[in-house]
Write a protein that binds this ligand. Structure first.
Ligand code: FAD
Length: 473
């Protein structure tokens, strides 16, 4: 392959991973990032603090040799812990098979690990505070603006890959610069806000009127106070599903949890209605009473942290004649309810790497083939992520759905060849998302019908169910 240099826009999760894949092939990568280097500057809150990492993402990390390092820093989540309004809890395992679980990892920890790894290769250079301000689809030149000095310059590599996220500047340039460029953006009526559950010791102390955090630094180097200091089940993704809204909590390595409250922006039970301490605490008392004692900084967090928007972005084509490619959220932002946005973006990098293996630096061929292979799969996960929003919000509190999850767990436990839709999406990196969606939806319909007919899954003949599943094809 002739010596190549790729310009990458955005040093987020997929841009940093991509730089490593390219460097491993001897392809140089100049990565331009609009923010400062997160290893030196404190990042503003806003994006999710932790993320669910699962098999598709792990498969990519394995290929670049970072899987073990990241999993050592992760908290395994074996299932969904459902919190009922009366405070009762029930664990619904993600799989009936051992070893199939998802992992809560720190977004910044993962991003830093990827950047550190990328910088081990001489061919990779990161340029921070360099914002892409425009892209010329005809020449392939990119306009950069330094966010500190305001200085502008243009650069051009052999090709450009845009990993500049859901608000991609490169995609915006393609919107006007590429004929018949298809684009759609659909916002959910719900937004999200991050809240915090501290580790056990801090939690107890914080409830005292004379609590002063400075007097109680964490006992351990990893920030935790003592071993096993999680105030609720550590190895679960906690869900408080309340039909038209929900809250989730993912464990952090330091014993804390990051909660995400998903609420409509306006109308009944919405962010717009929670205007002061009284309305907020009243809302929590009615809906999440068991969580209040765990969240000593609830009021402060709620009125300090921003409300984020959630939406689905679809566009096509993703490439301009081999001059540029959209990858990751810039090409296909999805709502976060399947925990797959990052995992899907990592899979993007994996697929692209395989195509470079086959076609070398024939960028036009690599990018065109990539679009052909990926589009139906990224559309599939976008749709499944939306469906899962309704499932998490409405169904996890529905007894038929709960029986269906129990039945799926039993089937997975009994028949090694059975995979629920969730398992196909989350644990089968060998299966395209589009196949998981088609098979999974057919299975879901069948199992919901079966579970609607019984009061208890023990009444169901598993062999008969498996035969019906096999008949689905
Ligand atoms: P980003 O991570 O957005 O990175 C883009 C980078 O480009 C950033 O560093 C940004 O500063 C930079 N940039 C932007 N504009 C410019 C510019 N003009 N010039 C230069 N640089 C620029 N996914 C999961 O797999 N599991 C989860 O559990 C999960 N949970 C989520 C929870 C929430 C609340 C949200 C919002 C998302 C979640 N996701 C999850 C999705 C995941 O965050 C994204 O899919 C992932 O971050 C996409 O990576 P990316 O590199 O494409 O984009």
């Amino acid at each position: 392959m002739p010596k190549q240099k790729v310009t990458i826009i955005g040093a987020g999760l997929s841009g940093s991973l991509l730089a490593i894949y390219l460097a491993k092939r001897g392809i140089k990568a100049d990565v331009y990032e609009s923010r400062g280097d997160m290893r030196n500057v404190e990042m503003l809150a806003g994006r999710s603090i932790n993320l669910a990492l699962s098999n598709r993402g792990i498969a990519a990390l394995k290929e670049i040799g970072l899987d073990e390092y990241m999993l050592a820093e992760a908290v395994p989540m074996l299932g969904r812990m459902i919190h009922a309004v009366d405070g009762q809890t029930k664990l619904l395992p993600y799989s009936g098979r051992e070893g199939e679980y998802i992992n809560s990892v720190s977004r910044s920890g993962l991003n830093v690990a990827l950047m550190d790894e990328a910088e081990k290769y001489t061919g990779v250079r990161f340029y921070f505070n360099e914002k892409c301000a425009g892209f010329d689809c005809k020449s392939g030149e990119v306009l950069l603006e330094n966010t500190e000095t305001g200085e502008r310059k243009t650069v051009k590599g052999d090709t450009l890959i845009a990993t500049d996220g859901a608000g991609s500047t490169v995609r915006n340039a393609m919107f006007t610069g590429v004929s018949r460029f298809n684009f759609s953006q659909e916002f959910l009526e719900h937004g999200y806000k991050e809240l915090h559950i501290p580790p056990k010791v801090q939690n107890r102390l914080r409830q005292r009127a004379d609590f002063n955090a400075e007097n109680y630094p964490p006992a351990n180097a990893d920030g935790s106070d003592q071993k096993g200091d999680f105030v609720i089940e550590k190895n679960a993704l906690h869900i408080w599903a309340r039909r038209s809204f929900l809250m989730i909590a993912l464990p952090n390595f330091d014993g804390s949890f990051t909660c995400t409250l998903f609420l409509a922006h306006t109308g009944e039970n919405s962010f717009e209605q929670l205007t002061d301490e009284e309305s907020l605490l009243g809302f929590f008392q009615t809906n999440f009473a068991d969580a209040i004692p765990l969240m000593p900084t609830l009021v402060e967090d709620f009125f300090t942290n921003p409300i984020g928007n959630l939406g689905t972005i679809k566009c096509f084509p993703w490439n301009v004649g081999g001059k540029s490619l959209l990858l990751g959220d810039s090409a296909h932002a999805v709502v976060p309810f399947y925990g797959q946005g990052m995992n899907c973006s990592f899979e993007d990098c994996r697929v692209l790497n395989q195509l470079i293996e086959t076609h070398g630096a024939n960028w036009e061929m690599v990018f065109t083939e990539y679009g052909k292979q990926r589009k139906e799969n990224t559309d599939a996960i976008a749709e499944m992520a939306l469906e899962n929003f309704y499932e998490m919000r409405d169904s996890v509190a529905d007894p038929i759905f709960v029986r269906k999850r129990e039945l799926e767990t039993k089937l997975e436990h009994t028949f090694p060849g059975y995979f629920s839709k969730y398992s196909m999406v989350t644990f089968r990196e060998d299966l395209p998302y589009s196949v998981a969606k088609r098979r999974g939806n057919a299975q879901d319909k069948l199992l919901m019908e079966i579970c609607a007919e019984v009061d208890d899954v023990s009444q169901i003949d598993l062999d008969k169910v498996m035969k019906k599943v096999a008949d689905l094809g």
